[in-house]
Design a protein around this ligand. Structure first.
Ligand code: V4E
Length: 228
């Protein structure tokens, strides 16, 4: 079986003129896309509290982000991204302590696992590709996504997808190099769209995640890094 992708990324606040800077650095705009993400969890936020993020992305289907080995600390994050329904279903059953029925699709298991929609929003995304000079021709270029969510929040991310844990340090090095060329500090910790959505529209849920992330909750099990 192919390994799932490991997504290594750093988010940042896009400053005015970011597109010009990307062009200056040799970047090219690959596409402009729009999609709706709907996130699901139990009423107790069992998944999010342990840094698992289940969503349905319009046009792509079900996706589950799980923490990579070593957890997530500091300005960058590292997640394993499951997109095969059977793998997502198996991980959901494991996290939620229930047996899999084998043939169930993710949509079919939502009711049984008490998974309900906690957020839904549309993102307009401008996708850029950029190969750092000095990197070999065979090197995968980095991706820079410039996102604007329909609730009025803009965020950028510099991202690399790798197959093996051993490739993560090099990916991080490249991400840090490009980030600093874009004027993004390595210390910059910019919240993603979902976290800002929860803070604005589901403040009680946001508070519960914050309590887990800051260790104020006895049931703490996860390594979520939510900012106040
Ligand atoms: C992993 C995660 C969340 C799920 C959404 O992930 P995100 O990378 O924000 O999605 P998106 O749409 O911007 O990018 P794509 O998947 O298309 O590349 S919501 C929160 N997290 C974890 C997390 C965290 N706990 N703390 C910080 C600082 N960042 C992320």
């Amino acid at each position: 079986m192919t390994h799932p992708w490991i997504e290594v990324e750093q988010k940042f606040v896009p400053r005015p003129g970011i597109e010009d800077r990307l062009k200056e650095l040799g970047g090219t705009q690959e596409s402009q896309v729009s999609f709706r993400d709907s996130y699901y969890d139990t009423p107790e936020l069992t998944l999010m509290k342990t840094d698992h993020w289940l969503r349905h992305r319009e046009g792509s289907g079900w996706e589950l982000k799980c923490p990579g080995a070593g957890g997530n600390t500091g300005s960058h994050t590292k997640y394993i991204e499951l997109t095969a329904e059977a793998a997502i279903a198996a991980r959901l059953c494991e996290r939620l302590g229930t047996a899999g029925l084998g043939t169930e699709s993710v949509s079919e298991m939502l009711g049984r696992l008490k998974l309900q929609e906690v957020a839904s929003f549309v993102t307009e995304r401008s996708v850029w590709k950029l190969a750092l000079s000095g990197a070999g021709d065979e090197e995968e270029p980095l991706t820079v996504d410039l996102d604007t969510a329909d609730f009025g929040y803009a965020v950028g991310e510099v991202e690399a997808l790798v197959r093996e844990e051993a490739e993560v340090p090099k990916a991080l090095e490249k991400i840090h190099s490009l980030s600093s060329l874009l004027g993004v500090s390595q210390q910059e910790q910019t919240p993603g769209k979902l976290i800002v959505y929860l803070k604005r529209f589901r403040p009680q849920d946001y508070q519960r995640l914050l309590e887990v992330a800051t260790g104020k909750n006895d049931e703490q099990q996860g390594s979520a890094t939510i900012e106040n």
